[in-house]
Write a protein that binds this ligand. Sequence first.
Ligand code: PHE
Length: 460
Amino acid sequence: MAGEESTASGRLPSFSTRLAFIIVTAGSAVGLGNIWGFTYVAGKNGGGGFVLIYLLALAFVAAPVFIAELLLGRMGKGSPPTALGNLQQQTGSRVPWPIVAWAGLVGTILVLSFYCVIAGQAIYYALVAAGGGFADWSFEQVAALDADFKANAPGMALWAAVFMGLTAAIVSLDIRAGIERAGKIMMPLLFLMLMGLVAYGAVYGDFMRAVTFLFGFHQMDLSVRVLLEAVGQAFFTLGIGVGGIMMYGAYSGRDVKVGSATAWIVAMDLFVALAAGLAIFPLVFASGVDAAAGPGLVFLTLPQVFTAIPGGAFVAFVFFLLLVFAAITSSISLLSPTVARLEEAGWRRPVAAGAMASLAFLVGLLTVMSFSDWSDIHPLAFLGLEGLTAFDLIREGVSNFVLPLSGLAYVLMIGWALRKDAVQKSLSMQDGTLFQFWHMAIRFIVPVAIIAMFLTALFG
Ligand code: PHE
């Protein structure tokens, strides 16, 4: 039913205020990537040097792409495939732009598929902590909790389903009553809890060592893989490359100033990642457990810390609740593009949300199995991708390949196909110099950086 064009902007809902747009979009950016992802990727790659590369990638590659993706939604006015279809028509280009958007929709489901499993574990841990868990436990008990959780595939699937259900319930509602209200409630609470945890880490943990770890220079191998991870992490953390940001761009009111809104959102996202590092690593160092623990850092290493500190159960509860809030404000942005596309095709919103959440859940069973019975199965080992489970392949494949390549397509569309004056108008960026710089960045710097990175990865 592709005939349903939603170009009539009157039919497209919008967020109620400029501030609402910023909060909700920051909610999409701030997620598991900031807390679970950033700390483990930075820990695994040795801290400081990685953080520096990540910052550069964030500022010069990911942030310009973020603006480009927002604008495509704002100018195209519709779900991602519709928005890109509209824009392609306007430019008269023969290249089928919507293909990029469809690939992005697949990407949203893939990200959701592992997101729900990890967020499900966070819900379960929050409940364990609420029941007084972790405090005074032995390390063995903590290890057993994680091991038992992962040995029980149906249990893991259940919690993933709970998380997808919550996400679908919020997305079922209208934009302002659902997505917007969730962001307005959860984001301030998230900041509050995070500040509390940083203060706690500063008082009870080895704060200076965490600071040196995150911002000091250490020996590291600057391999292409590290570079790919830093760029992949920068894209993932801003939530660009799958159409979630494009969707929110379509919902942005006319009064939103894209440049300054982006500055706020990127700043908040960075702030949360660094603050999460400053909340987690002081405790990790003070207790002597391993900072480079990898994906287990948040569910295995950190809970060991909670066993020994004052008020451990309460601190653990706050931490896991924070993780759940961060995850929900992101997962609703991941579910909304497919739901909007189905709505354009005449589906009712709750039905569309239920269907897409179920799909993401079903694909999520691959991650459930990767954590449990299939943890030794490496599906693409025959291609040289040894040691990677289905979960690893999905996570690394999406963030290191799908996101940067879609980002490349976005900047090429805006930089080379759309009219510069129309772009500037939609951006409502007052500062001409800043606009010129950004336009240069998306025409040259970003494409060259992304292409060079892939060429090095292929032939380096
Ligand atoms: N930005 C989110 C995070 O950091 C993840 C995300 C990816 C959200 C893609 C939307 C789109 O966890």
